[in-house]
Design a protein around this ligand. Structure first.
Ligand code: 4AD
Ligand code: MG
Length: 433
């Protein structure tokens, strides 16, 4: 191909009248008599490439009028204004090279079952809905770092292979580690607590693992979590940080992902309502509310997905449920001095039935009580010696939380199942692609 200035599709409007080159993949081809229209995607946008038989000669016409879905091509053409085209511009083709053929592309513009699409996830990523969803995820990731950077947090990268159980023994992945057992991290929290006296305000962001044996639309076995931890913050301050943070994420998506949310047909009205403060109810009030709506939940058990949905229906903002019974929660949460049956913690439940997106708490900073909880949960005490040191050497009030990215982006984009919110989901029955 003759040299032409290589540009990205998103920059075509600035090149009106110029002959430029693009590289991309053919999404569709339509031939109307002596004109062929190939829609080409390059990752920054899509552009219609127009081949006129009378202008391009037989050889190029033969090649261009038989392009198949997802063939990779290099196209050279003149950028012309065309209001009817997506993006308002098209490319009048001068030259076109096929870079990689694509015969019988498995995903066709028709309804496919979700298992089929998941089996072809490596190709499904190219479809416009999946692109929009993952673009929003990438923006939210950016917004997370933006928020904590501006708030003066230091990012701490916590280990994925760990020797101490972070949450509970029930959902662990373990692997042999030179004669010892290593676990895949369920959380980075315990390590963040160690970094707190060094940096004050810290956060981690990375993959976390839970051997979830349940097949629900809210559970992955590998998911990404952002976890801040703040020295000298109590549970109350922790909730205030959460509501500011979540409001920031939603605002960011509304500002920067308008096109994607439109493509996804997300009704943005409920998102536009998100502002501080968020409503709060105690766990005990939540149980009363649920029972008054016909639920048979007993005080003491954790809230399930259906309970969360029922609670969310009462509010049009994310809602905090705070101070759960301690037997329903992890060992590290601080006992509530006003009611020792409960701990100083909160979940944040998203509106519209998307469920718990945050779990957070004030941490038990009393050495003896923490040790008693570790024993009560029958966790191996030796593995927590280093963690107990944090209570031996300058213990301090501190709190933090974890926000699950996939559930949060499911809510923001309005997708019903978390498997679409991560590029390559890991589920109980899925390890490939
Ligand atoms: O409530 P969780 O278990 O809290 C923790 O892990 C704490 N250590 C966090 C902290 O205080 N630093 O999980 C936090 C969030 C949940 O609210 C949910 O959004 C998400 O992580 N999450 C999952 N997302 C997808 N699949 C799963 N299996 C998830 N388990 C938790
Ligand atoms: Mg939780």
């Amino acid at each position: 191909m003759t040299e032409a200035k290589r540009v990205e599709v998103k920059d075509l409007p600035e090149q009106e009248g110029e002959v430029v080159g693009i590289g991309g993949w053919v999404e569709t081809l339509r031939v109307h008599g002596k004109v062929a229209f190939a829609v080409v995607r390059d990752g920054t946008g899509v552009v219609q490439c127009v081949l006129a038989r009378d202008e391009v000669g037989d050889e190029l016409w033969a090649r261009g009028s038989e392009l198949t879905q997802e063939t990779s091509v290099a196209v050279r053409g003149e950028v012309t204004r065309e209001p009817r085209s997506p993006g308002g511009f098209e490319l009048r083709v001068v030259e076109l090279d096929v870079l990689g053929a694509s015969e019988a592309y498995p995903i066709q513009p028709k309804e496919h079952g979700v298992e089929f699409l998941m089996d072809h996830r490596h190709l499904w990523l190219r479809s416009s809905v999946q692109r929009s969803v993952l673009r929003v995820r990438a923006e939210i990731t950016h917004a997370i770092h933006d928020f904590f950077y501006r708030e003066g947090f230091t990012r701490i990268d916590t280990p994925i292979l760990t020797g101490s159980i972070g949450e509970s023994a029930g959902t662990l992945f373990s692997t042999e580690y030179f004669g010892e057992t290593a676990y895949l991290a369920q959380t980075g929290q315990l390590y963040l607590e160690a970094a707190c006296p060094a940096f004050g305000k810290v956060y981690c962001f990375g993959p976390t693992f839970r051997a979830e044996k349940s097949k629900t639309r809210r559970h992955l076995t590998e998911f990404w979590m952002v976890e801040p931890e703040v020295a000298f913050a109590d549970s109350e301050e922790n909730m205030r940080l959460q509501e500011r943070f979540v409001t920031h994420l939603v605002g960011w998506a509304l500002d920067r992902c308008a096109g994607e949310l439109e493509e996804l047909e997300r009704d943005t009205l409920p998102l536009e309502k998100v502002r501080v403060p968020f409503p709060r109810i105690s766990y005990t009030e939540a149980v009363e509310l649920l029972r008054s709506r016909g639920s048979e939940i007993e005080w003491g058990s954790d809230l399930g997905g259906a309970d969360e949905t029922m609670i969310a229906e009462e509010f049009d903002l994310p809602v905090f449920v705070y101070n759960y019974p301690r037997q329903a929660k992890a060992f590290y949460m601080k006992e509530n001095p006003d009611d020792p049956r409960t701990v100083l913690c909160n979940d944040l439940i998203a509106p519209e039935g998307y469920g718990e997106i945050i779990g957070g708490s004030q941490r038990e900073d009393d050495l003896d009580r923490l040790l008693a909880r570790i024993r009560e949960e029958k966790l191996p005490e030796e593995a927590y010696e280093w963690y107990l040191d944090l209570r031996r050497y300058g213990t301090f009030v501190h709190s933090g939380f974890g926000l699950g990215i996939e559930r949060t982006v499911a809510w923001i984009t309005g997708r019903s199942h978390v498997r679409e919110l991560i590029p390559f989901p890991r589920l109980m029955n899925r390890l490939t692609p």
